[in-house]
Design a protein. Structure first.
Lengths: 114, 114
């Protein structure tokens, strides 16, 4: 049982390049989330999904797109990377009833945009 | 809407000394409250949570937190810290109905000194 995994672990992009971050969970969780973590700002929700085929905007969605084609995977895309998107990205998942059921976090992806 | 305030960005403390990490929240509705811990270069892990019932909740590694509704606080305490407790600690809240969105504080970096 691997829990929540994220690929890649590190990435350096040039401004304007695109990339996709992959999150996978093997716990059959319904809900999945993408956060970004920046110094002094805690975690901010980018997008989330309440089930296969669904996505919704979080607190800071601009510049990102997501897809949840399979229940176990949640993809985060950057179409045209900007230096402001330099951050550590965390994926999380949970069973139904968020709050009552804890979120499980992946190890993170450290992204640098030059 | 909910918000979370962690006033202390860093807390240095000597080994075997007690520590308190402060968390205050604001919300117009009832909430669930959480403390997560993040060890260096890792994702977040749930430390403890308050859903209902006893206002004092404990973790398996000696931390405890007390929900104080009148002061809208959920401070984290440990009577005697170890070097291995060095980590960043995040307080989080979620409304207890109608949302999937957690609100995280900005984090408190606990540094345990030998």
């Amino acid at each position: 049982n691997a829990g929540v995994t994220q690929t890649p672990k590190f990435r350096v992009l040039k401004t304007g390049q695109s990339m996709t971050l992959l999150c996978a969970q093997d716990m059959n969780h319904e809900y999945m989330y993408w956060y970004r973590q920046d110094p002094g700002m805690g975690l901010r929700l980018i997008h989330y999904s309440v089930g296969e085929g669904t996505t919704a905007k979080g607190e800071v969605p601009d510049g990102y797109n997501v897809s949840r084609l399979k229940k176990q995977n949640f993809l985060l895309g950057l179409e045209s990377a900007a230096p402001s998107q330099t951050s550590v990205y965390f994926c999380a998942s949970s069973y139904e009833l968020p709050g009552i059921n804890e979120q499980f976090f992946g190890p993170g992806t450290r992204l640098t945009v030059l | 809407a909910q918000s979370v305030t962690q006033l202390d960005s860093q807390v240095p403390v000597f080994e075997e000394a007690p520590v308190e990490l402060r968390c205050n929240y604001s919300s117009s509705v009832s909430v669930y409250l959480f403390w997560y811990v993040q060890y260096p270069n890792q994702g977040l892990q749930l430390l403890l949570k308050y859903l209902s019932g006893s206002t004092l909740v404990e973790s398996i590694n000696g931390f405890e937190a007390e929900f104080n509704k009148s002061q809208t606080s959920f401070h984290l305490r440990k009577p005697s810290v170890h070097i291995s407790d060095t980590a960043e600690y995040f307080c989080a809240v979620i409304a207890n109905s109608g949302t999937y969105k957690y609100i995280f504080g900005t984090g408190t970096r606990l540094k345990v000194l030998a």
